[in-house]
Design a protein around this ligand. Sequence first.
Ligand code: HEM
Length: 149
Amino acid sequence: MNSYRILSIVAVGSLLSLAGCMSPNTRSTMIQQSLYDRLGGKPAITAVVDDFISNVAADAKINGRFANANIPHLKQLLVEQICAGAGGPCAYSGRDMETAHRGMNIRDEEFNALVGDLVKSLDKFKVPDREKGELLALLGPAKPQIVGH
Ligand code: HEM
């Protein structure tokens, strides 16, 4: 065994024994969890998406847009999209955002209304500010592909 390998083993060993005597909070900052795990995995993401789509259905500013939508399929794709984007074990099987929204000519206010409906659900489920921010930062960059096409 070369000295580099021995050093690495010693380093990893010390880190693990150090983590072992730390509080769970300190430990989780050392061993970084994915956004997917911090959100609570697929059950939590599915619960948020279900509630979010109920908010959209009740939102007079945008619900007309979804009159002909396949809601169960849309929910499934949203769960996949969030799960995959947050580092979870999912693959997104839907269309890219520009193709999916092409011809709809979605306005800025409509996009903001939909994000507001999502934020309502994240708040209802008490998703902490950090995870809420990271999730919105994941979806926000798609705005230019969704609005105005
Ligand atoms: C962050 C913002 C948004 C995200 C992440 C998002 C995500 C998605 C996804 C994943 C799909 C399914 C793609 C597919 O069918 O392959 C979809 C479809 C759709 N989206 Fe969006 N979307 C967003 C904003 C909006 C807005 C603002 C509206 C309208 C107000 C909208 C209206 C629709 C409609 C009508 C469909 C088609 C549903 C169907 O035909 O079953 N989306 N969106």
